[in-house]
Design a protein around this ligand. Structure first.
Ligand code: CTP
Ligand code: CA
Length: 225
């Protein structure tokens, strides 16, 4: 039913979506990661497919079933996600970066399980990961539309505007994550959209599938050739 009711305004468009968390190894049995269920990204990939797009979903580890008719590429680390995105971006019209990418990785993951014996603490040296979205924004070709996401606990508008500018994206979708407004794992989400031209638009809280379509309504207009 959803497929029948969706506008086919992305027919022939190639859409790349990233979703889920990334995982950075500490040792063979442990990792550091971000809170992300992947639901928003999977909803966007499914919605884009419904609207006629050819969709690639680059996903970190989630418990979700891959959307139908979507090429899903499984990755773990930020570095793997970066390679998967960079190798496909030239051949893409619309890039939507929903993934909660780990900002840091362990500098030297241990190749054997770290034993706790005799250690009162465990210092971990972290190094910064590449900012995939910033790199995508810098490499963006004319006509490509790039959409970023940001989950913020505070100063949502200021942080969102700073990210919009720094990463050279066309649209930044910001979600509040404070208190019961939390976006993680929930089936609903509330978003404020910040556009490159300086305008902003607050959307009401809604089901993630519905929000995915509301976002794509806007993206389809930005992607008009
Ligand atoms: N992002 C990315 N690569 C990273 C970090 C973030 O591609 N290494 C992308 C995310 O997928 C998201 C956007 O950048 O679309 C914003 O992510 P966010 O974590 O909110 O912003 P950061 O720039 O990492 O800033 P901070 O975590 O300090 O708020
Ligand atoms: Ca971050």
């Amino acid at each position: 039913l959803c497929a029948m009711l969706s506008p086919k305004d992305l027919t022939g468009r190639k859409v790349l979506v990233t979703a889920g968390p990334t995982c950075e190894a500490i040792d063979p049995v442990r990792f550091i990661s971000n809170r992300s269920s992947g639901k928003m990204g999977y909803a966007l990939a499914a919605a884009a497919e419904y609207r006629g797009a050819e969709v690639v979903l680059v996903s970190g580890p989630t418990n979700l079933a891959p959307p139908v008719n979507v090429e899903t590429v499984a990755v773990e680390s930020a570095d793997q996600m970066a390679q998967a995105v960079f190798s496909r971006m030239a051949d893409t019209d619309i890039i939507v970066k929903v993934a909660a990418v780990g900002d840091y990785r362990v500098e030297t993951p241990a190749d054997r399980k770290i034993k706790k014996s005799g250690q009162a603490g465990l210092p971990l040296a972290l190094v910064e990961n590449i900012d995939i979205l910033k790199e995508v924004g810098a490499r963006k070709k004319a006509g490509q539309v790039v959409v970023g996401f940001a989950a913020e606990t505070h100063d949502l508008a200021a942080n969102a505007r700073a990210k919009l500018a720094a990463k050279k994206v066309d649209l930044l979708v910001a979600n509040p994550v404070a208190g019961d407004e939390t976006a993680f794992g929930a089936d609903t989400n509330q978003a404020t959209l910040f556009y490159k031209d300086g305008t902003e638009e607050q959307l009401p809280r809604m089901d993630k599938a519905k929000l995915a379509h509301a976002i794509l309504d806007r993206v389809a207009k930005l992607a008009v050739k």
